[in-house]
Design a protein around this ligand. Structure first.
Ligand SMILES: [Zn+2]
Length: 599
């Protein structure tokens, strides 16, 4: 990583904007002509022709993801219409009108952000101004996020669109065109803005970096382009941060470590990797997004290698991970992280959600969802243990009985049992395979549908295991994120929300907090938390509160999950009784407050 050159961006000469105090790259390099809007040629070509030929309409609907150039294009349209010396439908960029619009001081352009100002008063105000025209000039009204207007405001807008004053153009921008009143949609010419391909963003960034004299490596710029997720604006914002920081952490490398941990089913390793990322100041949401992006590449490697878009060396690595994880695990991980990302929007501590999701991925034995069970079966069928093995049968010792199919059948039978009958609480280890195959073993494990039987799903209250061994850290982390934290009294919930479990021994669970003040405050409500843990686990779980300096990752407290070839059927039978009674209940637990809608 090289630091930015001595010439700061604000000093760099640039043809588009005069030198001035610091301005973000996004604003400095905002497109000023149709020809500068990236990746939306299908829109800008048409608009330019309409301006040139005098065929503009009174209402446009610009839809598309955020950061794809909708409002920039609306302003360019305003410029082109009012420009004193337009060239082939493009504004010249130098006349008084063009300069005023670029500076945001023009009286010909009005913007209303419906996301923050969606009431009828704002719309009436806009409409009344629209009625007062300046002869010979076009007035352009840009309504951003138009789908968020209140119903009365939408109706006020509709009235104006029905009888538009002659010199007025409305540009309605939205990220969600389906939510715009159909009567409004039908009166507007609709243009769809698209996300940009990463390569196009990268090309743009190379140009910007060169022009602004930012000294960044091509690899850094490629990474920034990927972080833009299709939006040139987001990519330029990241570039701003990177220019200020002097480089970019390799998120692929960090995400790679987590995915290695998933391949190895090593929850401790995954948590350490996450701790390092968050200690480096990264938001848990960003970490999750990076992970999802990487998982998507792993997923693509199983389906369409050519779409992965990575250098050969990295591609080989991703393919290897895809083989080791298997499609079911990849999909399950993507779903879990996607769900976590959604839930993070209003979570006090998003990191807990990420940790819970990862521990679940590493411990499908702790997750009794049908998807997790199917994943276990898939792994068994490929004859793959939890660690290392890549191809079916590879780690079978010579001369051993081909037993891969056998545990899979047993697991499948058990899965059928879970679906067909209420869970059996009695633990009955059965090392010998049954002499007669259960009928359900011949059915493919294709269905992840809810229960097929006619009995209503059993709603037995969660029955914690009887006082037994001390819970592992993974179990604590799972229970914490799923149940315990949410059930704490408000004061304890707020205070304990900022910490996490870092280890256990036979008598204590160690819970880490970011500083000693915080720890002392938590100490005051420790009994509340211990009580909640005790009632969940059915045994005392004394807590030891410690302070962990940022940057000190927790050490894994136990090596890793069990390899799958030692699958114990009793797990499959017992887990539902211990955790939840049915897949429906399981979903209800995850989506707190959800209701079952009966057909
Ligand atoms: Zn001009």
């Amino acid at each position: 990583m090289t630091p930015p050159s001595e010439t700061t961006p604000s000093e760099a000469p640039h043809s588009m904007t005069p030198p001035e105090p610091w301005k973000s790259l996004y604003r400095r390099y905002r497109p000023q002509r149709f020809g500068e809007v990236r990746g939306q040629d299908h829109v800008t070509r048409t608009l330019r022709n309409e301006v040139r030929d005098g065929r503009v309409t009174h209402a446009y609907l610009f839809s598309g993801p955020r950061g794809t150039g909708k409002t920039s294009t609306a302003r360019i349209l305003a410029k082109a219409l009012n420009c004193a010396a337009p060239v082939d439908g493009e504004p010249d960029g130098t006349c008084a009108s063009c300069v005023a619009i670029a500076e945001g001081s023009s009286l010909d352009v009005h913007e209303l952000d419906a996301a923050s100002n969606n009431g009828v008063d704002a719309m009436r105000d806009l409409v009344s101004r629209a009625a007062l025209g300046t002869p010979g000039r076009w007035k352009v009204y840009i309504v951003d996020e138009v789908h968020m207007l209140s119903a009365p405001a939408s109706n006020a807008l509709l009235k104006t669109l029905e009888e538009p004053p002659g010199h007025v153009i409305f540009v309605l921008a939205t990220t969600d065109p389906q939510k715009v009143l159909p009567t409004i949609r039908s009166r507007a010419q609709h243009f769809e803005f698209r996300l940009l391909p990463t390569e196009l963003i990268a090309e743009h960034l190379r140009w910007v970096a060169d022009d602004a004299k930012l000294d960044l490596s091509p690899a850094d710029l490629d990474r920034v382009a990927r972080r833009g997720h299709g939006s040139a604006r987001d990519a330029l914002s990241v570039l701003d941060q990177v220019a200020a920081a002097g480089g970019l952490e390799d998120e692929a490398e960090a995400a790679d470590e987590v995915i290695e941990a998933l391949c190895e089913r090593d929850a401790g390793r995954a948590l350490v990797a996450i701790a390092q990322r968050t200690a480096a100041g990264l938001d848990a949401r960003q970490v999750t997004r990076d992970l999802l992006e990487r998982l998507r590449q792993v997923f693509l490697a199983t389906m369409a290698r050519s779409l992965v878009g990575l250098p050969d060396e990295e591609l080989a690595r991703v393919e290897d991970q895809a083989r080791r994880l298997g499609p079911a695990a990849i999909v399950r991980a993507m779903e879990a992280l996607g769900d976590a990302l959604v839930a993070m929007r209003d979570a006090p501590d998003p990191r807990v959600l990420l940790e819970v999701a990862l521990v679940r991925q590493c411990r499908p034995d702790a997750d009794i969802s049908p998807a997790a069970l199917l994943e276990r079966i898939e792994r068994l069928e490929r004859g793959q243990s939890g660690r290392g093995a890549t191809d079916s049968g590879q780690d079978e010792p010579p001369g051993a009985e081909p037993k891969a199919a056998r545990p899979a059948d047993r697991a499948r039978a058990a899965l059928g049992g879970v679906r067909a009958a209420p869970p059996t609480p009695a633990k009955a280890p059965d090392p010998e395979p049954p002499s007669t195959e259960p009928p359900s073993s011949t059915e493919p494990p294709s269905s992840t549908e809810p229960q097929q039987n006619n009995e209503p799903p059993s709603r037995a209250a969660p029955a914690p295991e009887p006082a037994g061994s001390f819970p592992t850290r993974d179990e604590l982390t799972l229970a914490w994120g799923d149940v315990v934290l949410a059930a704490l009294p408000q004061r304890a919930k707020v205070r304990f929300g900022g910490g996490h479990f870092v280890g256990v021994d036979d008598t204590w669970a160690t819970f880490a907090l970011p500083n000693s003040v915080h720890r002392d405050r938590c100490e005051e409500c420790r009994p509340d938390v211990e009580q909640a843990l005790a009632s969940h686990f059915g045994r005392p779980v004394p807590l030891r509160l410690v302070v962990i300096e940022p940057g000190t990752p927790p050490a894994p407290d136990h090596p890793s999950a069990q390899p799958d070839d030692e699958i114990d059927l009793s797990d499959l039978r017992d887990a539902p009784a211990a955790e939840v009674a049915s897949p429906v209940d399981h979903v209800m637990q995850i989506f707190e407050g959800a209701e079952v809608v009966e057909d």
